[in-house]
Design a protein around this ligand. Sequence first.
Ligand SMILES: [Ca+2]
Ligand SMILES: [Ca+2]
Ligand SMILES: [Ca+2]
Ligand SMILES: [Ca+2]
Length: 254
Amino acid sequence: MSLSGQDLPVRSIPFLENAPQIDGDLSEWKEKAFHDGFWDLNRVKVSAWYEPKRNRLNIDSLEDTNAIDLTARYYMAWDQSYLYFGAEVQDNLHDVTESNHEPKRWYYKDAIAFFFEVPRDSIPERFGEGDHAFCFVSDTLRPDYGAWWRHGNVEQSYIEEPLPFDAVDYHIKMNPWDRSSADYILEARVNMNATFGSGNDDWTKPQVGDVLSMMIVHCDPDGGEYGGHLLIYGKGDDDSTWEGVQLIEQKASK
Ligand SMILES: [Ca+2]
Ligand SMILES: [Ca+2]
Ligand SMILES: [Ca+2]
Ligand SMILES: [Ca+2]
């Protein structure tokens, strides 16, 4: 859906001329990508989508509350085939295991999920047709649930499955700045035709001007139960709370 005038979203995802190497080093594309600074709980608290029940981090009784619990920068870009994702994360505790593990429970582990509705509409839906979440667990072993796909189609909502092997590539690099063994960089790409286009006859290749909805969910349980979450650009699974974002041409080089 193309919008114009006052409906145009504030945020935009730039096109990449050269495909990045998915190797855990974002330097070749991060300045050409969408990014808007560091996010932590204090910044989310003053955002329009802040809700204290969902947006919170676990405070362990033994935790140094002056240390960084979770701070991250997120990057996004696109080309004809892929959406590209990057994140540079400062974290105090690496936590990718849990006692009630199920493949779909990325939200109980250190993980970053990118939610999209394609194309954006104004109908409130919860993982119905057009809603997609691409969820990456910060596990360098890359288990088969490590890159997860929650989505919907005409008949069914909340379809939960691993991202198809040939639709995704990602790399997790731990402790990239020799600061904390829980710090990590995520670099990933997801094929749009294999996900947005899956089972959708109306799907057409992405073009400059296309408008999507998006939200980022960053999970940080740090040894606790479900609860360590930052929700950015949205309020939860209701896609009508997600912010609009437009695909644009490449950023002018500096
Ligand atoms: Ca790279
Ligand atoms: Ca943390
Ligand atoms: Ca919708
Ligand atoms: Ca953590």
